[in-house]
Design a protein around this ligand. Structure first.
Ligand code: FES
Length: 318
């Protein structure tokens, strides 16, 4: 994928632990357009490539606009992004249309949990510009932790965006169910992004109210991936030969890279699919949010950044 150096044009504090960052062409040229729901992959220095959803509306080619939440367990990605200042340079991919919108359906119901608001804000802006009916519901622990709360409460989204801040966690599934139930029978499609419990609650209620085919999800973090009880395992390199020991608590990917085995990667969280690798023998223990149920069941590919093995050994096509 082409990568381009982009200039940090602006950094703004958007919430207690969230900064909004505008990335512009170094020569001030317009940037290639991005579909709603797109993300860009960004690298700071020698750190990992991480993906961030764009909040851009259409006709906004002056910058790719992202927001980054500081993760307490950051392995360098979000912390490095929070240290950026105007004038710095990062390496970025072109936009990837990872969470596409189907404009042939009825209204869009956009359900955002926390920093999951970013792709949905972009979708809301595109829907607004096209005159496509939509409603956005934004759940956050508090107003202070809610990025873009001011934007969503502005005249631009009057009557279209509803904030649900400060709800008890136990109350969120019921509120989601009520919102989804009210949309039944209108051809509504729901787009959901948020932490795993939020996604699970939206999926359960959405399947009842709208049907599974009308639900679209984007997992923004695999911090919720089942960590399970990691066991040490042996990885055999089926093409190049060699055997690697993967200790408990280390990812297969990190051991591969450490031993000079080249594997493309980006998110390191089982979300982007860049590290998908063919499995020649052994049974993967899938812990990603990328592969389809069909691909998981087949068991012939796996994301080596987060997934492990059900048995003591795997042979990969590397
Ligand atoms: S690096 Fe993104 S899924 Fe593995």
């Amino acid at each position: 994928m082409p990568r381009l150096p982009l200039l940090v044009a602006a950094v703004r504090k958007e919430a207690a632990d969230v900064v909004a960052i505008d990335l512009a062409h170094p020569a001030g040229r317009p940037l290639p357009p991005a579909a709603p729901g797109s993300h860009v992959r960004v690298r700071v220095g020698e750190g990992p490539m991480r993906q961030y959803s764009l909040v851009n509306g259409p006709d906004d080619a002056a910058a790719y606009r992202i927001a980054v939440k500081l993760e307490p367990a950051s392995r360098g990605g979000s912390a490095a992004m929070h240290r950026l200042a105007a004038g710095d340079t990062v390496l970025a991919s072109l936009p990837v249309d990872g969470f596409p919108v189907d404009w042939t359906t009825g209204p869009l119901l956009l359900l955002a949990g926390g920093i999951g608001v970013t792709p949905l804000l972009g979708m809301a802006r595109h829907a607004q510009a096209r005159g496509h009916p939509f409603a956005l519901h934004y759940f956050a622990r508090s107003a202070g932790s809610a990025a873009f709360a001011g934007t969503l409460r502005s005249a631009e989204f009057a009557g279209r965006a509803t904030c649900h801040f400060g709800l008890d966690a136990d109350a969120v599934p019921g509120r989601l169910a009520a919102i989804l139930a009210a949309e039944g029978g209108r051809g509504t499609h729901a787009y959901v992004c948020g932490p795993a419990p939020f996604m699970d609650a939206a999926r359960a209620a959405g399947e009842r109210a709208l049907g599974a085919e009308a639900l679209h999800f984007e997992y923004f973090s695999a911090g919720e991936t089942d960590g399970g009880a990691d066991r040490a395992l042996t990885v055999r390199l089926g093409l190049s030969g060699g055997t690697l020991a993967v200790p408990a608590g280390r990812s297969i990917l990190s051991v591969l890279l450490e031993n000079g085995v080249e594997v493309d990667c980006s998110c390191l969280e089982g979300v982007c699919g860049m590290c998908v690798t063919e499995v020649l023998a052994g049974e993967p223990d899938h812990r990603d949010h990328f592969l389809s149920d069909h691909a998981r069941a087949a068991g012939d590919v796996m994301t080596v950044c987060v997934s492990r093995a059900r048995g003591p050994e795997l042979t990969l096509a590397l």
